[in-house]
Design a protein around this ligand. Structure first.
Ligand code: EPZ
Length: 430
């Protein structure tokens, strides 16, 4: 199994190209099941989760081709992928496929809308909390679906004439349930109004793509999204938006290691709250024509308290990385996680590098230390694992991160992107 070896101490200088967002690409790919025409997605990141979803969509009958000619984008390669689901050959998403990635559960929306039925295994995914699916079930039931849970599967059936537009207010903000309800409602009879909807940029990107396919969605990016049902959707061409979590991760890496880096092909407006926290920690951040420049020269890292929240709040997907940064601050910071109840698994691994962190309920108290020391550590989930890489960049000596398959789920060419900026990071295959 591959490991990542980091020798800390080098500053980062150079340009890091930001990939297309994993968490936008996944729902966009799933949206291709809504039409028998071709959906072409540009800027699709090459990640284990994307490959896994390609297998899942293939199981439903999607014909998928990746452009032979890879689109050059800085040092990285963004792929253009064509999805054509002329016929849905199966409305079942089996346990073997869905258990590997939670987002694959989301196929329930398009399958139900287009075929009138879906049988989808209850999901798996990163072990960061219980992550129930009650909001999906309640929301789809509001659109008239009949839903039963049997033997680990959700069996959903639409009324004879198809799903029916309705008003549904989410009792809690959920990105995935907003994606699914939005997709399902595009082909429903009548108008659906979703209240307390997620406002994440990935939801906006999905709505934009669905509208390009002929859907009638408005209000995306606010907490009330309105979807007027249409009879059918067509193909479209859509560019996946930049990955704000990858952007924030590298910004924090520079804040941690010091240096001067341009994050290319991304937008500051996707992560204002996180950038503000990094700024308060002592880095200088400015916008460039094509992205963001981040500089930390000499200044120490200041302690900053954060609380994770749905967009536009501080993203839970950057919480572990920010904690990594705070381990070297000059004081005490508090990091509160409000989205997932078990997203602190990086704490004990960061402690192996010498970090001083104590947990009290949903809040971690991080007492900054003047030095971290490299050690063997283990990746526990996607974002936790990259927090160990960030800490390793500033630790003395060698940090060896094992179980890097977690990293490969969500970070495209991580070691290459960091190495080109002067970091000592390499993949070691046993
Ligand atoms: C998306 O997960 C992201 N995944 C996550 O990123 C991200 O952490 C999360 O949104 C929050 O921003 C993808 O986009 C593929 P939620 P999702 O439904 O949609 C509870 C990463 O590292 N909830 O917004 O699964 C849930 O348990 C991943 O890239 C219910 O209670 O998250 C959580 O506490 C990890 N019932 C909260 O809502 C439900 O039916 C928010 O979850 C659904 C969710």
């Amino acid at each position: 199994m591959d490991r990542i070896r980091i020798v800390g101490g080098n500053e980062l200088h150079g340009v890091i190209p930001i990939s297309g967002a994993k968490n936008a690409a996944l729902p966009l790919m799933i949206a291709s099941l809504l039409t028998d025409d071709t959906l072409t997605l540009e800027n699709v990141p090459h990640l284990a989760d994307v490959e896994q979803l390609i297998r899942i969509l293939g199981n439903h009958g999607a014909d998928i081709s990746v452009n032979g000619r890879r689109e050059r984008q800085g040092e990285s390669y963004a792929r253009t992928v064509h999805f054509t689901s002329r016929n849905i050959v199966s409305t079942t998403a089996p346990y073997e496929l869905v258990s590997k990635m939670r987002a694959s559960f989301w196929v329930i929306g398009p399958l139900l809308a287009r075929e009138g039925k879906a049988r989808v295994s209850l999901p798996g995914g990163c072990a960061i909390g219980t992550r129930p699916v009650d909001l999906f079930i309640e929301g789809l039931a509001a659109l008239g679906a009949n839903i039963e849970i049997d033997g680990g599967y959700v069996n959903a059936t639409a009324p004879a004439g198809g799903l029916i537009g309705a008003r549904y207010v989410f009792p809690k903000v959920s990105v995935g349930a907003t994606h699914v309800l939005m997709m399902a409602a595009t082909l429903a009879n009548g108008t659906t109004v979703l209240g307390n909807a997620a406002r994440e940029p990935e939801v906006v990107d999905l709505a934009k793509c669905l509208n390009a396919m002929g859907a009638k969605i408005s209000g995306q990016g606010t907490s009330t999204v309105t979807i007027e049902g249409v009879r059918s959707l067509s193909g479209a061409r859509h560019r996946v938006l930049p990955d704000r979590i990858e952007t924030g991760t590298y910004a924090m890496a520079v804040a941690m290691a010091g240096g001067d880096v341009i994050l290319e092909d991304t937008e500051a407006s996707l992560l204002d709250t996180a950038l503000e926290a990094i700024r308060r920690a002592g880095a200088e951040i400015s916008e460039t024509n094509s992205g963001i420049r981040i500089v930390r020269n000499g200044a120490g890292i200041k302690p900053v308290d954060i609380v994770t929240d749905p967009f536009p709040g501080f993203p839970t997907d950057l919480q572990a990385q920010f904690m990594g940064l705070m381990t070297r601050s000059s004081g005490v910071s508090h990091i509160t996680e409000t989205i997932f109840e078990n997203r602190f698994m990086h704490v004990q691994e960061l402690a192996r590098l010498g970090a001083k962190i104590s947990l009290s309920g949903q809040t971690a108290k991080v007492e900054g230390v003047s030095r971290l020391k490299g050690a063997p550590v283990m990746a526990t989930d996607l974002r936790a694992s990259v927090s160990l890489v960030i800490a390793g960049l500033a630790a003395e000596g060698e940090t060896m991160v094992s179980r890097v398959y977690h990293l490969d789920r969500g970070f495209e060419r991580l070691e290459e992107k960091l190495t080109r900026c002067g970091a000592h990071v390499e993949r070691v295959s046993d």
